[in-house]
Ligand binder design. Structure first.
Ligand SMILES: NC(=O)c1ccc[n+]([C@@H]2O[C@H](COP(=O)([O-])OP(=O)(O)OC[C@H]3O[C@@H](n4cnc5c(N)ncnc54)[C@H](OP(=O)(O)O)[C@@H]3O)[C@@H](O)[C@H]2O)c1
Length: 272
């Protein structure tokens, strides 16, 4: 039996990932902000819930991430896989208690920070895996290091490419610095989840109008994440860009100077 941690496991794709890992006979720790949703999620898993634990965690702040890592530390000695599914669609550029843009703090920095803090537990596993959910990307976006980490001028489209691109850069960094860790990013395609509740009106309208025709089910959105966690292998970090098609993946290659800058700024701001 392997142990997996799913950040953002109390709803949407993360909850489906947790469910499938439990159904495959594993142990799962789910992280989420809301205790009620955590309990509801455990209930929804049925009998396998005996192998699931919910830990309350607000991953939008440095202290919240540290607290999550501390709680995880108390419940497991080893982590075989870590899935990052926590994110918000914050188009307003809200600042967190640490003065960072919420979109960036949750969609990239908490992933970097939590993974770094959990590295000792991950490295206790024979085949550790770290998988991040991202938007659909056909190539590695061109990152602008001068925007990191404060994103002084906030624009949603820029933030989407920079935040998701940073996840790709971090996956590559992990694969290079810890070759035993299999890392990658998965897009679920378009799935109608609570993610869009806070999106701008025109995106919500598009979701409502086109969802019935073009949305993936949450099962399809979760499929490549689960498969990557259970059986992902390869010599670099990868992106799975077509929901439900595990054979369609491309290797991540990045600009080393930009990577040094992004990882350096992540390290400075989190201390991890
Ligand atoms: N749905 C899509 O079409 C789509 C497309 C591309 C990429 N993605 C990516 O897929 C992943 C999962 O999204 P989803 O569609 O499943 O949306 P979702 O249901 O809204 O899931 C997002 C998760 O993040 C959690 N979260 C939000 N703020 C948090 C915080 N401060 N601390 C800890 N957890 C927090 C949410 O917890 P609560 O339950 O407490 O809200 C929720 O469990 C995200 O990374 C998203 O960017 C989704």
């Amino acid at each position: 039996m392997n142990t997996f941690v799913v950040a953002g496991g109390t709803s949407g794709i993360g909850r489906q990932v947790a469910r499938e890992l439990l159904d495959a006979g594993h142990r799962v720790v789910i992280l989420g902000r809301d205790k009620r949703k955590g309990e509801e999620s455990l209930e929804s898993f049925g009998p396998p819930r005996d192998r699931a634990i919910f830990l309350p965690a607000d991953l939008s702040t440095h202290d919240g991430v540290r607290d999550a890592a501390r709680q995880i530390d108390e419940v497991t000695d080893r982590i075989d896989g870590l899935a990052h599914s926590a994110a918000v669609f914050d188009a307003k550029g809200t600042r967190t208690a640490d003065g960072l843009r919420l979109f960036f703090a949750l969609g990239y920095l908490s992933r970097y920070h939590l993974t770094q803090l959990l590295l000792p537990k991950l490295l206790h596993s024979e085949r550790p895996r770290v998988i991040m959910l991202t938007a659909t990307l056909n190539q590695v976006p061109e990152l602008k290091p001068e925007l990191f980490p404060y994103f002084e001028r906030f624009g949603l489209m820029t933030a989407i490419s920079q935040v998701n691109g940073a996840c790709l850069y971090y996956a590559d960094y992990l694969a290079k610095t810890h070759p035993r860790i299999f890392a990658g990013c998965v897009t679920p395609g378009f799935v109608r989840t609570g993610l869009f509740k806070q999106a701008p009106w025109f995106i919500r309208a598009s979701v409502a109008l086109t969802g019935p025709f073009r949305a993936n089910s949450v099962e399809v959105g979760a499929r490549n994440v689960v498969q990557a966690l259970l059986s992902g292998e390869g010599s670099s970090a990868y992106v799975w860009n077509k929901a439900g098609d595990f054979d369609r993946r491309w290797p991540i290659t990045v600009d080393p100077a930009i990577q040094d800058s992004i990882i350096g700024s992540s390290r400075r701001v989190t201390g991890a």
